[in-house]
Design a binder for this molecule. Sequence first.
Ligand SMILES: [Zn+2]
Length: 474
Amino acid sequence: MPTASPYTHVVFISLDTLRSDAIAANPFKLWPGRYPGVTAPRTAVLDELARTGAFFPNMISAAPYTAASHGAIFTGQYPLRNGIHEFYNGRLKSPSIFTYGRRAGWATAMKVDFPIILGPELGFTRDIDEYIVEDDDKFIVAMTSASHAVGLAHFGGVHMPYGFHNLCYGGDDYRDKVSDLERLVPDNVPPLTDQLVESFRDSADLDLLLRYKHAVNFLYEAGRYDEIFQLYLEGIEYFLVNRFAPFLERLSEALRRAGARPLLVIFADHGHEYDADTYGHFNSMSEGVLRVPLILVGDGIQAGLHARRIRTVDIVPTVTELAGLPSSAGSAFDGASRAGVARGTSQLTEDAPTVAEAYTSDTREFVEFQRQQLSGGRPAPLRHVLVGQAAYLGDRRLTRRVARYASGFAGIESVDEIVVERFDETLVPRLEPDADPGELLNVLSDYRATLESAPPVVTDEELRAQLRSIGYPI
Ligand SMILES: [Zn+2]
């Protein structure tokens, strides 16, 4: 028998790459200061969810890329503890929300748009009864055919190619956009090295994606960051109107017909941005990349906006408490439950401390790795390096850059740059050039201590004498 719960269905919805301030209902905007003149997207479906649910617009992700970010979200543990901290390496080893759901007798389902990343290779399909690639309706059927279910619907539509995801979802609009973009690119621009893909594609789809990326790469090299950001924001609106809103309507209707009492958990894994040091998100510690939204909607959830900082590792502690799903031990979580805040019985009184890190690989090595992987080979593990870190304490944050991609992504250079910022009353980070970084640096070194291997214990005569004195017969 499924465990008693106020809900019968817990539906996680991951809007990959949606920065929090792209939602119109979020009053704390970062992007207009960076890209003045860029037009905001209309986000009616998200505004409505944010208005009716508990909206946390200031949630910090543990990593700026998909695998490590989702690993932290599903386990409630930081990347260095749960098994996945690098861009594409490791394996999710800690129990996840799906482990807890399955133990409680609930069905589990996962629908992803990026099966190469959120798939079996990195351990994401463990404890999943039904794993679905790109088929939104199959997910709705999988969720509503069980009396109790916990599932994830992951959407790649906000990610590049912005709004479209693939030919199936983008169709002629996608083809037309690629043609428009190619008119911006002079004929003599060399092909790009970043040929990474996140999902399996046929040749027509792959060709279109690479042409789209080629145009974006040209704009990037030319420093036309605001134009790429505009494409990103337009893509959000396109995705929400053409795919997400209809999906949500069909899901809600199916849940209603099934007599379900659903809890919706809508979130993003990381944001998106462009500047000299940020190419989208994977190599960045920008606030616009790390700050993501969380919206909880369901019976017993009080409508409200909660501006104090929370972390993506808080999601599963919150949801297991709200849904009454037993987890192995609350103490296994790095995050904390915000269930009382979501129910309206308590308030966030402070900004939670947190960390984020990015470990990435040389782009050319990754392309070769993926070529071998996609042709059925078993490539050696990809080499990763730490490129950036962020620490948050109170109203300050520190970012540390320890590596930087060379121009055109030709290799990675070591650097060491530290920046301290303080958040103003609108949650915009402002430079604090004279701030003492000591306390914030301690947060980073304490976190990384997890990675250091312990030195061997030396057993000398003094130690043996001490052990004897407390009763060991040695
Ligand atoms: Zn992602």
